[in-house]
Design a protein around this ligand. Structure first.
Ligand SMILES: [Mn+2]
Length: 469
């Protein structure tokens, strides 16, 4: 995400210019050097001399544009300070990377978009990373400038917000240096999935449901992990003209945004925001790290196939400061007493048959079902664990397997199909969830008591698991 501008490298003396060439100067870089005394005839190959030294006039002669960036390579304090001042003067918006082994942050002048890193230990990959950080810092500086003067910024998530959107929204608020009252997380819909409710509960996050009319309260709007096409056929006009969009879904047209950062190769929007926070050196609290970690984990299915190298790195970065206790509270919410009693009754008669451990719980809170399925897989001899319970008018069941067998998602679809219409199901290799209306079970099996449900589910699973694919 380095933008499309040019990159100017300014080396202090022939020795550092040759070092830069050895690290592996990129063809897309404009290489310049400032000769030290007695070096005027030692031009390093590929470099052109910065006539007049590191002055604003010399930088202006390079004709820098809005998206360009600079790297200053020097171990000399006065040189770097003069060069930073020259760049600020000639190209006020250009970010600056200072590469030096001897200088410390105290040697460097104030600059809104400057990063400092070492030089001689760098290899080309490191240099590329440093420029990636610089590109992210530039985005942060632009976002901050865009929202600075706004009274109330709405951070808009998709309807039925998910952990990635919630974490990214929370992180954007931190990037903007704001608190909930002036930058609330908002959505046109409520959080419905129990595991997502567990996240906002454990991390004490409020997502406000708003009507299109209520968007008038905000003089700044940022769409996070979402683009307007998600809001239906004819979205409210306000969301078609927003200040910022940060997303990892494929880019859609049909709306205006002052700033856009859309990276469809990323597995999570939380990854983009983690990079912002890292590049800008913003403090990562345990609550925010835990949110980001969980957001990345949940959108990439625990860093599975959809994850990019960037997701792995962001995950690692957030991991070092997250709170294991908070994460546990999200992933293993406290079991309610009646859920535990239902589990106790189901366990009293439990057995593992043909590698299947099936627990039917009766009426329970939905998140209990997933947790009981996890527990069920720990039974001796279990290759499959299924927990089922009545939620509203439906029978909801969660499925887990040991991973060496048929994919759970496929099996659940086959089970729902064989018991009868109106339900749904899906999932991944080792975990899945299915829903069948209780009415359908009553119609198919004559009744919907615990024993009947147990029998019907068990038979359907045996068939589905052993079916040839
Ligand atoms: Mn997402």
């Amino acid at each position: 995400m380095n933008g499309v501008g040019s990159r100017f490298i300014v080396c202090d003396g022939a020795e550092l210019a040759r070092l830069w060439a050895r690290i592996g100067a990129s063809e897309s870089e404009e290489l310049t050097w400032v000769p030290r005394e007695d070096e005027s005839r030692a031009r390093p190959p590929g470099f052109r001399v910065l006539q007049g030294g590191a002055t604003a006039q010399a930088i202006r002669r390079l004709d820098p544009k809005g998206d360009d960036e600079f790297a200053l390579i020097s171990d000399d304090g006065p040189f770097v300070r003069a060069a930073v001042a020259a760049v600020s003067d000639a190209a006020p918006d250009a970010p600056v990377l200072v590469m030096s082994d001897r200088l410390t942050d105290e040697d460097l002048p104030e600059h809104p978009c400057l990063r400092h890193t070492g030089l001689r230990t760098q290899i080309r990959d490191d240099v590329d990373h440093e420029f990636a950080h610089l590109g992210n810092l530039r985005r942060v500086v632009r976002l901050q400038a865009l929202f600075e003067a706004r009274d109330r910024v709405g951070i808009m998530l998709q309807p039925d917000p998910d952990p990635d959107g919630i974490a990214a929204g929370l992180a954007l608020r931190a990037v903007l240096g704001r608190k909930a009252p002036t930058a609330p997380l908002i959505s046109f819909g409520e959080i419905t999935r129990p595991e997502n409710q567990a996240m906002v509960l454990a991390l004490d996050i409020n997502v406000r449901t708003v009507t299109p009319k209520e968007l008038d309260e905000f003089d700044g709007l940022a769409l996070v992990d979402v683009q307007p096409n998600v809001f239906g056929e004819s979205p409210p006009a306000r969301v078609l003209s927003v200040e910022a969009v940060i997303d990892h879904h494929p880019e859609r047209g049909g709306y205006d945004a002052v700033l856009k950062d859309i990276r469809s190769s990323y597995g999570a929007t939380a990854t983009i925001l983690t990079e912002y926070i890292r590049a800008a050196g913003i403090e990562l609290t345990p609550r925010l790290s835990t949110a980001l970690l969980y957001g990345i984990k949940s959108d990439t299915r625990l860093l599975g196939r959809d994850a990019s190298a960037a997701d792995m790195q962001a995950f690692g970065f957030a991991h070092s400061t997250h709170s294991p206790a908070l994460l546990r509270r999200i992933e293993r919410p406290a079991l309610p007493w009646d859920g535990l009693r239902a589990l106790g009754r189901a366990l009293a008669h439990t057995r593992v048959d043909e590698g299947i451990h099936l627990l039917v719980l009766g009426r329970v809170r939905e998140d209990v079902i997933a947790q009981v399925a996890e527990l069920g897989l720990q039974a001796e001899g279990a290759e499959w664990a299924i927990a089922a319970g009545a939620v509203g008018r439906n029978l909801v069941f969660s499925v887990r397997n040991t991973g060496h067998v048929r994919a759970a998602g496929e099996v659940v679809r086959a089970v729902v199909e064989s018991i009868g219409g109106g339900g749904g199901g899906g999932g991944h290799r080792s975990m899945a969830k299915g829903i069948i209306p209780l009415r359908v079970i009553r119609e198919t099996c004559g009744r919907a008591d615990r024993h009947t449900i147990h029998q019907a589910l068990f038979d359907a699973f045996v068939r589905a698991i052993n079916e040839q694919v």
